[in-house]
Design a protein around this ligand. Structure first.
Ligand code: CO
Ligand code: ZN
Length: 332
């Protein structure tokens, strides 16, 4: 599974440009799928057919990125964010553009300020000296260039948000032989720009219940950005609430009961900011019950998003247990 994850996180895939990620996933799951299709927005939908109620699982393929807004007179590419980019995490990083160009992110002088720079202060140095010689053009998108590394039990990479969720769904697709449900695994597009892929895929699938698998923040580093109860290495976080979604109580309880009876470690998550595909599923059509399993992740939206491999394995175990017999009474 580590090899799958390494392949996924190192693949290029900012929002709206998920093609390469979709190809990797397709090659890994096609022989285990009863149906597989890509919809107009770019979601990859993998069905494992069953006679029971429809369960939609969602993990997003896209990652945050940068888009060229203009090339200045000295050949530096100026950029806008794609998704929740934090400029502090960008400075002096390397950007890979879709055409293979690699640039370094520089920053204009800031006059003694220790605050995060506004995006207008950043530029991408692609070794050009004029707009004419610049190897990228307006509208080109880029993402971090960063290999995955392992330190102790932790894995660090760009795009762990949410290729780790994709890797978990892939593992469940390959491991789960029978399920009492009709399963739709959605590898969604454009989550980072407003859960857009989940909006269209949930509408098309009409699920009876939805579960998103995504990362969440942690409160376990020195003076953390947010104070919260989630830590690395303590198991998957069962989401109770984030800024866009209140988990449907019976779905949350189903997750808790399944973890407890399977002796799988878990934590409860209340996240102050951000949301996931579960929000889009919950508010689709006339409303759908939803829950979300989160993989705790340090340094989210940076080139060094860090997760615990034990947490990843436990998330696979919990998701597989949820999708196995017995059928939940609400889904009978
Ligand atoms: Co994200
Ligand atoms: Zn995410």
């Amino acid at each position: 599974m580590k090899q799958t994850l390494k392949k996924l996180v190192e693949t290029f895939g900012p929002s709206g440009h998920e093609q390469a990620v979709r190809d990797v996933i397709n090659s890994l799951v096609s022989e285990c799928a009863d149906e597989i299709r890509t919809d107009a927005l770019g979601n990859l939908i993998v069905r494992k057919k069953g006679s029971g109620k429809k369960v939609m699982l969602a993990a997003h393929m896209d990652e945050i990125g940068l888009i060229v807004s203009y090339i200045d007179k000295n050949g530096f590419a100026r950029i806008n964010p794609v998704g929740g980019v934090r400029t502090l995490y960008e400075v002096c990083g390397r950007v890979l553009f879709e055409n293979g160009t690699v640039g370094v992110i520089g920053m204009e002088k800031m006059g003694g300020s220790s605050q995060a720079p506004p995006i207008e202060k950043l530029f991408v140095d692609v070794a050009a000296s004029s707009p004419e010689t610049c190897p990228v053009r307006v509208g080109d998108v880029g993402c971090f260039l960063q290999p995955m590394v392992q330190t102790g039990g932790h894995l660090t990479a760009k795009a762990m948000d949410d290729r780790v969720g994709c890797a978990i769904l892939i593992e469940v697709i390959r491991k789960l032989k029978v399920s009492p449900y009709d399963l739709y695994f959605v590898f969604s597009a454009q989550e980072e720009v407003g859960t857009r892929g989940a909006v269209t895929s949930a509408f098309g699938i009409r699920p009876d219940v939805g579960i998103a698998v995504d990362v969440t923040l942690t409160g376990d580093t020195p003076e953390p950005q947010v104070k919260m109860a989630v830590s690395l290495d303590k198991g998957p976080a069962i989401k109770v609430k984030d800024s866009g979604m209140l988990a449907t109580p019976w779905v949350k309880d189903w997750m808790i009961d399944t973890a407890e009876s399977g002796k799988i470690p878990y934590q409860l998550e209340v996240l102050l900011g951000g949301t996931t595909d579960a929000r889009a599923i919950q508010t689709s059509r006339a409303g759908v019950p939803v829950g979300c399993l989160s993989v705790p992740c340090r340094y989210v939206h940076s080139p060094s998003e860090t997760v615990s491999y034990a947490d990843v394995r436990h998330t696979v175990k919990l998701l597989a247990a949820l999708l196995s017999s017995p059928v939940h009474p609400r889904l009978a």
